[in-house]
Write a new protein. Sequence first.
Length: 94
Amino acid sequence: MNIISAQENDWEKYKLIRLESLRQDSSAFGSSFGEASERTDKQWRDQLKENVEKPHEHKLLLAMQGDAPIGCVGSFRRKDGVWIGGLGLAGIIL
């Protein structure tokens, strides 16, 4: 397993792991599977573009097994502090 800092071109990997996570249990997240599945590819890319351009405000790490995403963790700066969210899906997507 490797941990990588998500880059803009990793948007499809992030989309895959995020949608699978939401499909498994939307109640554990701040958005629903329906909402996330309606996002455009450009919106997915733009989110990861912020990961590169604004690393002090938004950071997303992907856990990879070969070329397959198996988990992710993110941190997001908000007015009231920093929010850290994580999920581990080893075995679900493999």
